[in-house]
Design a protein around this ligand. Structure first.
Ligand code: SF4
Ligand code: SF4
Length: 234
């Protein structure tokens, strides 16, 4: 199987498994990645990064705050946040095995934990790769936004030494705060998101998620800024 056929089969496998967005980025398009977080830092022989996304459902109950100022719907949202990551990781593992069997070094980068809990970042930036691929645009809320699903997506990636044919497109232009009235910032119950030029206080968001609304071993996710974003809603 040549690398073009391999790229086609990989996309088929992932779409059959349920992913909604798919792209392939040659590593030389990712030179803007921060040193230490480049695909080649993890795999010196890396030639391509496969980037994919699955959509999250909408959870309108997140729009309601309970008497304690916590979003209703946060438990079902968080559960689905992890279910989606789990599906991405399962698909990625199967696909990476297929590429490995074809003779190329490969491994998937997980959609969820583990990640650096102090810097709140993963091994590589899925968001950066998705934006280079043209799948998404960085939104005002600093989450990455797809034209079809808004910010309600989860991303994962596979790094491989296979020189797969690039599959990229023009990035969407969908975040227009003047039109939505900064809906994401207005929805934030933690004061972590503002309308200013440096809108996100990541630590304030994380504190709200980890300390204020989580009562068990798993970090509950708030998700109100994602739910509020009008992009990708029917
Ligand atoms: S997830 Fe919640 S706390 Fe964090 S920025 Fe969004 S709305 Fe604010
Ligand atoms: S709610 Fe509005 S400003 Fe915020 S990310 Fe979505 S489109 Fe951009």
């Amino acid at each position: 199987m040549n690398s073009n056929e391999l790229a086609i089969r990989v996309e088929e496998m992932m779409r059959e498994g349920g992913i909604d967005e798919f792209a392939i980025v040659p590593v030389d398009h990712l030179s803007g990645a921060e040193p230490g977080f480049r695909p080649q830092d993890l795999m010196p022989s890396a030639r391509s990064v496969i980037i994919y996304a699955i959509r999250l459902f909408e959870f309108p109950r997140l729009e309601i705050l309970n008497a304690e100022g916590k979003p209703m719907g946060m438990t079902e949202y968080t559960a689905n946040f992890f279910i989606a990551a789990n599906l991405l990781d399962q698909l990625a593992y199967r696909t990476a095995k297929f590429i490995d069997d074809a003779g190329f070094s490969t491994f998937p980068i997980q959609a969820g934990p583990p990640y650096d809990g102090r810097k709140l970042r993963g091994l590589i930036s899925h968001k950066y790769v998705a934006e280079v691929a043209g799948l998404t645009q960085r939104g005002h809320s600093q989450v990455t936004i797809s034209e079809r699903f808004g910010p309600r997506i989860r991303l994962g990636s596979i790094i491989t030494g296979a020189p797969l044919a690039a599959k990229m497109r023009t990035a969407p232009d969908v975040c227009h705060p003047d039109q939505c009235g900064f809906a994401c910032a207005k929805a934030c119950p933690a004061g972590a998101l503002s309308e200013g030029p440096q809108p996100l206080d990541l630590n304030a968001c994380d504190r709200f998620n980890e300390i204020l609304i989580s009562t068990g071993p798993l970090k509950i996710r708030c998700g109100r800024c994602l739910q509020a974003c009008p992009v990708g809603k029917g």
